[in-house]
Design a binder for this molecule. Structure first.
Ligand code: DC
Length: 230
């Protein structure tokens, strides 16, 4: 079967990565969480006290930074490694969520990560989630989904995820973070969060994870059918 690129974009905490992971597992495709890569850069800059405005230092930091994903056999999770160390839990903390949108507006950062994402998907057979996959990273993706959901529902889901990791954050603080990130992500100059004209809208406010997964798998079947029919 022809390997496809499946691009899943949308607002923060709409269930993109949960859906993308399940779709990848079902199809035996690779899964790339591009948000984790922006989070990894943010963690690295914060830990090394590099100002986001100091472009020279940001450039040097990027040159010395190696981001990779490895599958944890025990949990089946894809985990992010930064310069050889497992930083999966660290990149999900609220302090990173609060700074990541500022880092992801930096054109140098975007160019480096977009190039790496394109290399990771060059053989196709990949599900990639993020903000600019269907518009920029793989504008030729065969399946494009744009996910959205009510902000309170998104915040409640995020609060549960953080609580499971023993980080207790108020709903108001999470809503504020989501709104701020949505705003910065959609208004930045370089590859802003935008629905590609050929992306299908998926509102996850009132549907279950398995319904989200089935929705995407239906689109994949149609794309495969179109590829063979055409
Ligand atoms: O998917 P996430 O919430 O983990 O992403 C974290 C941040 O990274 C998000 O607020 C914006 C940025 N991001 C981006 O600019 N482009 C992407 N392709 C993925 C994420």
């Amino acid at each position: 079967m022809k390997p496809l690129v499946i691009a899943i974009d949308g607002y923060s905490s709409c269930g993109k990565s949960t859906t993308a992971k399940a779709v990848a597992a079902e199809l035996h495709y690779a899964y790339v969480d591009t948000g984790a890569m922006y989070r990894a850069v943010t963690l690295h800059l914060l830990e090394n006290n590099i100002s986001f405005e100091d472009i020279g230092q940001v450039e040097a930091a990027l040159a010395a930074l190696r981001i990779s994903f490895r599958r944890n056999r025990a949990t089946g999770r894809n985990e992010v490694f930064v310069n050889g160390l497992n930083r999966e839990d660290d990149i999900r903390q609220m302090r990173i969520s609060n700074a990541v949108s500022e880092v992801s507006v930096i054109p140098l950062v975007r160019h480096a990560l977009v190039a790496q994402q394109q290399r990771m998907g060059r053989k196709r057979g990949v599900v990639m989630d993020g903000r600019d996959i269907g518009t920029t990273v793989f504008a030729d993706a065969e399946v494009k989904i744009f996910m959205t959901a009510d902000v309170t529902i998104r915040a409640l889901r995020r609060q549960e995820e953080l609580a499971a990791k023993n980080e207790h954050v108020s709903l108001e603080a999470i809503i504020e973070n989501l709104r701020k990130r949505d705003h910065i992500d959609s208004t930045r100059a370089e590859s802003p969060l935008r629905r590609a004209p050929d992306a299908v809208l998926l509102d996850t406010t009132h549907i279950t994870i398995s319904e989200q997964v089935d929705f995407v798998l239906d689109r994949v079947s149609s794309a495969l059918f179109a590829a063979y029919a055409g």
